[in-house]
Design a protein. Structure first.
Length: 507
C-alpha cells in the first residue's frame, strides 16, 4: 500500500467529527492493505509506531534541512523499514546515522506525507482515530463480531496484530486469543464521578480504594521469571529490580497482577509523580526505591480470573499479595467512602477508586464498574501565546501557553506572568474561532508556529495538580490541564499566582 493512501485517509478522518464516517474510511483502508502491512499501518495511525522508541524527537526533526519529494513513491513497507533502522541504530556514531536515516526518509516523502510521519513519530497525530474507533473499523473490515475483535485486542495487547489476525485469520483463530502469562494485556480503565457518594450510586456495594499519584504497572510471573509492564505495555522489568524481588517472594508460581507504584519520601508520603517516572527511564537502579501496591489479580497458578467478579478476585488478591495490597474498604455506606477519600487526600494521594464487586475485569475498557474520584482544581490563568493548529484545527490558533501571576517578583519582575504549561484540551470549535479572531490584535511577536500575546485574556483552567519541572521558570508544570472557559469578568491582575500553584506541591 502507498503511504499516500494512509495520509489521505488520516486527513479525511481528522476532517470529520462523525464516528461512523471515521469507521467507514478506516475500514476501507484496512481492507485494502496487505496483511503484513497492518501492524505498521495501525501503529502509524495511532501515532505509536510498532517499533516503540525511535530515538528521534521534535528537535531532531526541526533541524532537518531537506527538500521533500514532488511525487508520492513511499509504501507502508518502505516507512516501516526506515523506522526499523531508526529504532535499532545505537552505539558510537548512532546520532549521525539516525539523522542520516531520518533525512533520507524525509527526502523520499512528499510534504503532506512528511507532515503526517513527523507527527506520528512524535506521538502528536490528532485524527480522532483512537483505539475504540480503530477497533470498530477492524471489525467492519474483517466482518468479525466487534466483541471478538475487542477481546482479542485486549488480551493480546496489540491492535496491529489483532487487525492482521481478524483480516487474514479465521474466526476460530481470533476467538482463541486468550490470557497468557508473560504477555501483557490492556488495563481496565475507570470512568469519573464528582464524589465517592455519587460513585457508589453507580456501582452499588463496592471496594473503595486509594487512588495513588503513581504509575500503573502490570506484573507477570512464571516461576522465577518476572515481567513488569507500564500502562502502555512497555517492558520495564530491568529498571525495577525491587518490584521483581517482591513479586518473586509471593506465594504463587504463576501470576498476573495489576497495580500502581511510586516512591515514598522520608515521612512516608508520596514523592512527586515525575520522580516515579524518572525510574522508568533509567537503565540502572537508582537510590529512589519504588514500592508496589496491587489492586487486582487476573491469573493465579493456572486459573484465569478475568471473568470472575471483583469480590472473588479480591479474595485471591488478599491471599497472594498480603501487605502489598492497595489500601481500601468494602462498603455501601457513603459516609465510610467519603471518610476513606479524605484519608487518602490527607496522605497526599489523588483520591479514591470505587469498584463494583460484581464486575469482571474488562481489559482495555472504560466502563462504569470502576469509578475514580479525585478533586478537580480550577485556576484562572493568563494566555501568553497560542500555537497554530494542525489537522482539522489547521488555520486556527489552538494550543495555549498559560501563565500565572507573580506579584512579588520571585521569578522575575513583580506583576509579570510565569509560564506554567500548555493545553489544547477543552477547546471547542467555537472557542477556536473566537481565539483566532481575538488574539491577533494583541500580538507582540510571532514565530512560524506561535503567536505571542500581551497578557490580557484570562482563562479558567481545570487541572489534576502540578508537578516539578525545570522546563519553566517557576519550577512547576500543570498536570492534565484543560480549558473550562474564558473569564471576561476578570482582569489579569485578578488571576491566580505562581505561589498558589506551587503550594499544591506536597512539601
Amino acid at each position: 500500500m502507498m503511504l499516500s493512501e494512509l495520509v489521505s485517509t488520516a486527513e479525511a478522518v481528522a476532517a470529520t467529527s462523525s464516528r461512523l464516517a471515521k469507521i467507514d474510511a478506516l475500514s476501507q483502508l484496512l481492507a485494502h492493505a496487505d496483511a503484513d502491512e497492518l501492524p505498521a499501518l495501525t501503529g502509524l495511525l495511532l501515532a505509536a509506531p510498532r517499533q516503540g522508541r525511535l530515538g528521534v524527537g521534535w528537535r531532531g526533526m526541526s533541524a532537518l534541512d531537506v527538500t521533500n519529494a514532488a511525487d508520492a513513491t513511499l509504501t507502508i513497507t518502505d516507512v516501516d523499514d526506515a523506522l526499523d533502522t531508526l529504532a535499532h541504530t545505537s552505539g558510537s556514531g548512532s546520532t549521525a546515522a539516525r539523522s542520516a536515516a531520518l533525512t533520507a526518509l524525509a527526502a523520499r516523502a512528499t510534504a503532506p506525507e512528511w507532515d503526517f510521519l513527523s507527527r506520528s513519530m512524535r506521538g502528536e497525530l490528532r485524527t480522532g482515530a483512537l483505539g475504540g474507533v480503530l477497533l470498530d473499523a477492524i471489525a467492519k473490515a474483517s466482518e468479525r463480531p466487534a466483541a471478538s475483535v475487542r477481546r482479542a485486542a485486549m488480551l493480546s495487547g496489540d491492535l496491529g496484530v489483532t487487525a492482521r489476525l481478524a483480516l487474514s485469520g479465521t474466526a476460530a483463530e481470533l476467538d482463541a486469543v486468550g490470557l497468557e502469562v508473560g504477555r501483557p494485556v490492556l488495563p481496565m480503565l475507570a470512568s469519573t464521578a464528582a464524589t465517592p457518594t455519587a460513585a457508589l450510586e453507580v456501582t452499588g456495594r463496592a471496594s473503595v480504594e486509594y487512588k495513588l499519584d503513581g504509575a500503573r504497572i502490570q506484573v507477570h510471573r512464571h516461576g522465577d521469571e518476572v515481567g513488569v509492564y507500564t500502562r502502555s505495555l512497555a517492558d520495564i522489568t530491568h529498571r525495577v529490580p525491587e518490584i521483581v524481588e517482591i513479586v518473586r517472594a509471593l506465594p504463587a508460581h504463576d501470576l498476573i497482577l495489576d497495580g500502581e507504584t511510586l516512591s515514598l519520601d522520608e515521612d512516608g508520603g508520596p514523592r512527586p509523580f515525575q520522580e516515579t517516572m524518572s525510574r522508568f527511564g533509567a537503565d540502572v537502579a537508582r537510590e529512589l526505591v519504588l514500592r508496589p501496591w496491587f489492586f487486582d489479580i487476573l491469573h493465579v497458578d493456572g486459573r484465569d480470573l478475568l471473568d470472575e467478579p471483583l469480590s472473588t478476585r479480591l479474595h485471591e488478591l488478599e491471599r497472594v499479595v498480603g501487605e502489598w495490597r492497595m489500601p481500601g474498604i468494602v462498603t455501601d455506606d457513603p459516609d465510610a467512602a467519603e471518610q476513606l477519600s479524605r484519608e487518602a487526600l490527607t496522605a497526599g494521594h489523588e483520591g479514591v477508586v470505587v469498584k463494583g464487586l460484581d464486575a469482571p475485569y474488562a481489559a482495555g475498557r472504560r466502563g462504569r464498574s470502576w469509578v475514580k474520584v479525585k478533586p478537580v482544581l480550577t485556576y484562572d490563568l493568563v494566555v501568553l501565546a497560542a500555537e497554530w493548529g494542525s489537522g482539522r484545527r489547521s488555520g486556527w490558533l489552538s494550543n495555549l501557553h498559560l501563565g500565572a501571576l507573580d506579584p512579588t517578583g520571585e521569578f522575575g519582575e513583580p506583576g509579570e506572568f510565569v509560564m506554567v504549561g500548555k493545553t489544547f484540551k477543552g477547546l471547542t470549535d467555537e472557542l477556536l474561532r473566537w481565539q483566532t479572531e481575538q488574539f491577533p490584535p494583541l500580538e507582540t511577536r510571532r514565530t512560524q508556529s506561535t503567536v505571542f500575546l500581551r497578557p490580557e485574556f484570562v482563562v479558567e483552567i481545570a487541572i489534576d495538580g502540578v508537578q516539578r519541572s525545570p522546563r519553566y521558570p517557576g519550577g512547576i508544570a500543570l498536570r492534565f490541564a484543560r480549558v473550562k472557559g474564558y473569564r471576561p469578568d476578570k482582569t489579569p491582575a485578578e488571576s491566580d499566582t505562581i505561589q498558589t500553584l506551587r503550594a499544591l506541591m506536597r512539601g
